[in-house]
Design a protein around this ligand. Structure first.
Ligand SMILES: [Zn+2]
Ligand SMILES: [Zn+2]
Length: 257
């Protein structure tokens, strides 16, 4: 599996975009950033979009992406998420007021532009060759992390969360098949209280979260940093020697093997 990072920050500034991870060129994880980072040919290849939770930095590019792919001669693009996520998007974002409802608008092949696909927690789904499980995490609104795998290589994507348990228990069951953890850290250690109040992690709580995997030592990629605290977060992460920790970078492509 190959992931291209369209945006990996917890805020927007020039050169810093919000969450969007393109898996193998066709499967998008979170939709904060799409159209400003990949051209129309690349956008047309996206078949499925998995959404962790309906905060705007994870869904904000869907409306503009919908406009771009009206001329698609293909099946509907699936927007996948748990019930709360899908209902919130359809009621509050593409609701016919703020933006057209693209599940009712036809593309050039006569199929709907978007189609919603609701998934249940803690259940494996086979979607376009990927095994996918949504697990509840601990955020200010109902939010999910995902465990995603192909050919016995799996990764965890936490989405937005503060301290949580269930996703680590599920991930632990994978044993050595768990290759990578993509985990959020929004603030530096000094702002731990703010992180707690807004349901996010800091470097110190990242260490305790990863510790819940016991002996497993997957590669760790850190995401969702608030751009203004990037330098200090980087310094604090460098001091952690127990795990291989990488800071995610926009525009980068990395492999999960
Ligand atoms: Zn959030
Ligand atoms: Zn977020």
């Amino acid at each position: 599996m190959k992931i291209k990072v369209l945006g990996c920050y917890g805020g927007e500034l020039p050169g810093f975009n919000v969450s969007g991870y393109l898996l193998d060129g066709k499967f998008l994880i979170d939709a904060g950033t799409i159209g400003t980072k990949i051209n129309i040919t690349e956008q047309r290849k996206i078949k499925n979009i998995l959404i962790s939770h309906p905060h705007l930095d994870h869904i904000g590019s869907l409306p503009f992406f919908g406009v771009n792919i009206v001329s698609n001669k293909s099946e509907a693009v699936k927007i996948i998420g748990t019930h709360f996520t899908i209902d919130t998007i359809s009621k509050n974002l593409m609701n016919g007021h703020i933006w057209p409802d693209f599940t009712k608008i036809k593309n050039a092949a006569g199929n709907n532009v978007f189609e919603y696909f609701k998934i249940e927690h803690n259940k494996w789904y086979d979607i376009d060759g990927y095994k996918i499980m949504a697990v509840k995490v601990n955020h200010s609104i109902p939010a999910d992390g995902f465990i995603i795998g192909k050919n016995n290589n799996y990764f965890v994507y936490t989405g937005d969360t503060k301290e949580t348990m269930e996703i680590w228990e599920k991930a632990k069951e994978l044993g050595k098949k768990l290759k990578t953890v993509i985990i959020e850290v929004a603030f530096p250690d000094e702002l731990r209280q703010l992180a707690e109040n807004s349901y996010h992690l800091v470097p110190a709580t990242l260490v305790s979260e990863i510790g819940k995997l016991g002996d497993l030592k997957p590669k760790i990629f850190v995401i969702h940093m608030k751009p203004e605290y990037l330098t200090i977060i980087k310094k604090q992460l460098k001091k952690i020697k127990k795990y291989k920790i990488y800071l995610m970078q926009e525009g980068k492509i990395f492999k999960i093997t």
